[in-house]
Design a protein around this ligand. Sequence first.
Ligand SMILES: [Ca+2]
Length: 294
Amino acid sequence: MISFNTPHASRYLFPLGVIFSLLLIGIVFGTETQNAHFNSLVQKLVQDGFKEDQLKTIYNGEQPVDLALESVALFFSHSESRLNYDQFLSRSELEKAREYMATHTETLSRVEKEYGVKKSIITAITLVETRLGTYLGGSSILNTFSTLSAIESPELKEMVWNKIPPSRRIDRETFELKVSTKSKWAYKELQAYLTYSLREGLTPSSIKGSYAGAIGISQFMPTSIISYGKDGNNDGRIDLFDHTDAITSIANYLKHFGWRPGISDQEAFTVLFNYNRSKYYVNTLLKIAKELDS
Ligand SMILES: [Ca+2]
């Protein structure tokens, strides 16, 4: 609580003015205490060209933006266990992948012709990313990027720090450095996400994805949707929850990063490393594609 009876009250007049202004903004944008964490973020978005009335609807609409402390804490935690990509090389998973290739053969063939990216590698990506579009993640993209964008506020930073289980904590200094880089990264993703969803007429609060903010069957980050997303089924929209759009977008992405017909394994490795910077991930994709090609 702020006391007005301090001997140096005048010294606090300016900060108090700032606090009252922020409270006023809080009232304009809604009085939910949780939403107060997003007041400066919304202001920054307005400064960066987003329309105030649209942001009001988004941040204080029927589904107001909420803090995503648990998802965001994962960005700053030691991973619990090594991911098991080997599971995707099991006979049953490869069988599902073959069925997927048969179901989407028309799209995959068209895309292979148009972009020079083979069916098996696109299928391998959808298998590992989302189990062929059946596991898309349940985290609110808007909540995740809004929380991560606003995390430099001391109060929010402590809330996230306290959400990290002690056994999975990184050291505080590393945490502070990561907060700074991740919040800048998240703000760019948030801007891309808002641009994309407003352009497509989607309700920003309605889209769910991975805890890290990846969207759709292809698990694209919003900046990748803006740069490499494709409307594969020609319905005038880019919808990565649609298989044709997702398949076409993956092909476009890989082509952009250097995929071409007859590419060597070494070159393919370099291209795929852009999708996910993990050797284990990329090697698994190459093994799956080899199995599907045989
Ligand atoms: Ca489309």
